[in-house]
Write a protein that binds this ligand. Structure first.
Ligand SMILES: *Cc1c(COP(=O)(O)O)cnc(C)c1O
Length: 421
């Protein structure tokens, strides 16, 4: 459910007409709904009822906008972070360090020092070498790092290859079969306290079966470790639950079904559970608002050239992702078109042969479900500005990231041998 609706023939975000935002801020622009984010956080919390006091650590990488983080912090969410920058953003948004889980496959020594100084809740270790580096750093500061291993359960998540993370060949985690030896090894390393285990098998999962299989394997590991005398206190079950992008496809399982499955699998577990939802919280809380620049005839279908491009929203190019495209003032007249951006890449294509609202030059449109892995992945490719982001709350709205022109982030300094006046 989201708060983007047609009223009196035009698309609103909560109480604000999108055309008003386009007129004031220009296009392209991301627009987020506070009510939608808060609703998803609440639905997830209630779906995880009966599981003790779980930590819901929002995956910051999905949408790290400071206003988004502050909104979720106020809703009581923690953070799952994968870099020093994300730790800083989460802390700046008011997320307490003891609700921050530090994931990430290549944590640098500097990032470890930052996370230790902040006092994060848990480091999810990705390798023995990482454990040794963290042990040395923690010991040198007289600190103890709370750690868990991210285990790779070798299950196929049935999602796009680029967002599958839990098969044996993937770069993430340690093989679950090697985990008992890994925990035995770190028991002898100073400066580490083995408190947990973590798993995350992929993103945009549309089937609970692989998640269940992964969690069952984690449960088996927990009992193996217990029989070795290691009683863990924390089980981090990751994120990954999919959201509906295409209304013509079956909707992925919702948070309630997910919660039921987790309750069933973890019935006998003693550990505190951690969840790391990203897309589920922010995915359909955002749209990318854009304007038609020009219409150009095509060999088969016309090209609708819009002012958003792959630098603003790379998901179609990167993951073959499908975003619903709607007119801001739909007429009911439909046609078939190819929707493309102005960037000089054939991959800068949002939709091919799409049945959609007919449009003319200057019309406004939105790409739906663009709250996650969208602005977060934007770039200035083709020297295009970074897209502004707008947060709506009821009948109020404000710009929460301004449009950033390339000229403002490119150092003007020339190399000293050039002597450009
Ligand atoms: C990306 C990521 C998540 C969030 O995934 P979603 O599919 O957005 O829920 C959670 N945990 C880890 C370790 C991640 O890398």
């Amino acid at each position: 459910m989201d708060h983007f609706e047609i009223r009196n023939g035009e698309l609103f975000c909560e109480e604000v007409p999108l055309a008003e935002i386009a007129a004031a801020v220009g296009t392209p622009a991301y627009v987020y709904s506070t009510a939608t984010m808060l609703r998803h956080a609440e639905v997830l919390k209630s779906s995880l009822g009966g599981l003790g006091d779980p930590l819901i650590a929002y995956a910051v990488k999905a949408n790290p906008n400071p206003a988004v983080l502050a909104t979720l912090a106020q809703a009581g969410l923690g953070a799952d972070v994968v870099s020093g920058g994300e730790i800083q953003r989460a802390r700046a948004a008011g997320i307490p360090a003891d609700r921050i889980v530090f994931s990430g496959v290549g944590k640098t020594a500097e990032e470890m020092r930052l996370a230790l100084a902040e006092g994060v809740y848990q480091f999810n270790l990705e390798s023995m070498a990482e454990a040794e580096t963290l042990s040395a750093i923690a010991t040198s500061r007289g600190l103890t790092a709370p750690v868990g291993f991210r285990v790779n359960p070798d299950v196929s998540a049935g999602t796009h290859a680029k967002i599958t993370t839990g098969i044996a060949e993937s770069k993430f985690g340690i093989a679950i079969g090697e985990a008992p030896a890994a925990y035995a090894h770190i028991a002898n390393l100073p400066g580490l306290s083995a408190q947990g285990v973590a798993v995350h098998i992929g993103s945009q999962l549309t089937d609970l079966a692989p998640l269940e299989q992964a969690f069952v394997r984690v449960g088996d590991l927990l009992s193996d470790l217990r029989s070795q005398g290691l009683e863990l206190r924390v089980a981090d079950l990751g994120g990954g639950l999919g959201v509906p992008y295409n209304p013509d496809l079956p909707a992925p399982p919702g948070p309630q079904e997910y919660g039921e499955m987790v309750r069933r699998v973890t019935r006998d577990w003693k550990e505190r559970l951690v969840f790391e939802p990203g897309r589920l919280i922010v995915g359909n809380a955002g749209v990318l608002l854009s304007r038609v620049v020009r219409i150009k005839p095509g060999a088969v279908h016309p090209f609708l050239i819009v002012d958003a491009a792959m630098n603003d929203l790379i998901r179609p190019a990167l993951y073959d992702a499908w975003h619903q495209i709607d007119g801001v003032r739909p007429t009911g007249d439909r046609w078939i078109a190819n929707v493309v951006g102005p960037v000089c890449e054939s991959g800068d294509t949002f939709a091919t042969a799409r049945v959609m609202d007919r449009m003319v030059e200057g019309d406004l449109l939105v790409f739906r479900t663009a709250g996650a892995y969208a602005a977060a992945m934007s770039s200035t490719y083709n020297s295009r500005p970074l897209t502004p982001e707008v947060l709506v709350n009821g009948d109020r709205w404000c710009v929460v990231r301004p449009r950033v022109d390339v000229i403002d982030i490119c150092p003007a300094d020339q190399p000293p041998w050039m002597n450009v006046p």
